[in-house]
Design a protein around this ligand. Structure first.
Ligand code: PLP
Ligand code: SF4
Length: 341
């Protein structure tokens, strides 16, 4: 892990002014990278997509935009460590730590408001909450990044959840496949697979993140029968073009990762410079749907305190008597005979 300027200086050039900025921003929003992720930065390109996601930026200190906790997760928390928005599934915060502190992180507040990892009494409370509610059939471990815990600690948590009969599936959300692929070992994959059905979600945001190391790490999970879904975030000047998103999603399916969600960036304190318009996101989805493999197109969503809202381009344009009128992926008109009852 890289946590200080001299260490980071082995990977990128840092002027005195930049060093000052990193320190100032770091007081409010801590920064940290893995050596692996830092090695992906192009040191000569100030707009390198890896750099923009991981190196502090003075614009983070603009506090004129958004809130710390836009999803009011702190209010949707029935017991410490559980976030519940849906009737049949919950998110469980396993830790607040991450290998890389993404500058666009939705839970940016976490890195400041440190709380405990999920163990001891805290874990017991979460397990008994799940045990008491038979409606919970899907448990999503998130954070922070759960892979900051040891295999042993995760084994304890996942084993505890798996022992509850009404829990059908367990999901682990981790960005380690992208930011710290060596953490995803064969041993880890085997441990997870011993609690099947287990699914993993991850976050690749740019085609340059899909390296041989990342592909190998994904393969270690797939070999154990663990499906991997990707949840990318739409980020201004990082991946907000049809061309970049086509490349990203085609590369993902070529390493057998299924694009799942594309998140609209939130109205969140310290991240204004990443946010695009919703219209931009819809334009990107239109540029993917039909133009590439159907399952290489993620569902574009806005996450809200009351659940994820799908954002879809409109292909249905109206009705004319017994015909419905629509557009194909090229924007050409189609009329389908569809008589009214
Ligand atoms: C995203 C999320 C889930 C999982 O939602 P899916 O659409 O099933 O992937 C569950 N709980 C919370 C609080 C979430 O934010
Ligand atoms: S890995 Fe996820 S939780 Fe951690 S900083 Fe990045 S986006 Fe936030």
């Amino acid at each position: 892990m890289i946590k200080d300027i001299p260490h980071l200086g082995n990977y990128i050039k840092i002027s005195e002014n930049e060093a000052n900025i990193y320190e100032r921003v770091g007081l409010k929003y801590p920064w940290q990278l893995t050596e692996y992720y830092a090695s992906l930065i192009d040191p000569d390109d100030m707009s390198c997509p890896i750099r923009l996601q991981s190196i502090p930026d003075i614009r983070e200190l603009e506090t004129t935009f958004g809130e710390d906790d836009p999803l009011t997760e702190d209010e949707n928390s029935p017991v410490p460590g559980v976030i519940r928005v849906y009737p049949d599934r919950i998110a469980v915060i396993v830790t607040n730590k991450c290998p890389v502190y993404c500058r666009h992180c939705l839970r940016k507040r976490f890195t400041r408001d440190r709380s405990d990892d999920l163990k001891g009494q805290r874990l017991e409370t979460v397990l008994s909450y799940i045990r008491k509610d038979r409606a919970i059939r899907d448990v999503l471990l998130t954070g922070g990044d759960p892979l900051m815990l040891s295999d042993n600690e995760l084994d304890g948590i996942i084993g505890g959840i798996r022992s509850i009969p009404h829990v059908e599936i367990i999901r682990v959300g981790t960005r380690a496949l992208c930011t710290w692929p060596e953490r995803v070992t064969d041993e880890f994959a085997k441990m997870l697979a011993s609690y099947h059905p287990v699914w993993v979600s991850t976050q690749f945001n740019h085609p340059r993140e899909i390296t041989q190391e990342a592909e190998n790490a994904v393969d270690r999970l797939l070999k154990q029968g663990i499906p991997v879904n990707n949840q990318s975030v739409l980020l201004r000047e990082i991946n907000d073009s049809v061309d970049t998103m086509l490349k990203l999603n085609r590369k993902l399916v070529s390493i057998r990762v299924r694009p799942y969600y594309l998140y609209q960036a939130q109205t969140l304190a310290g991240t204004k410079h990443f946010v695009t318009t919703v219209e931009k996101g819809l334009e990107i989805i239109k540029g993917l749907r039909g133009w590439t493999t159907g399952f290489a197109v993620p569902q574009y969503v806005l996450d809200t305190p009351c659940g994820k809202i799908p954002l879809n381009p409109n292909y249905l344009t109206g009705r004319d008597g017994d015909f419905v009128e629509m557009l194909n992926y090229r924007g050409e008109h189609w009329r389908e005979y569809n008589p009214l009852p």
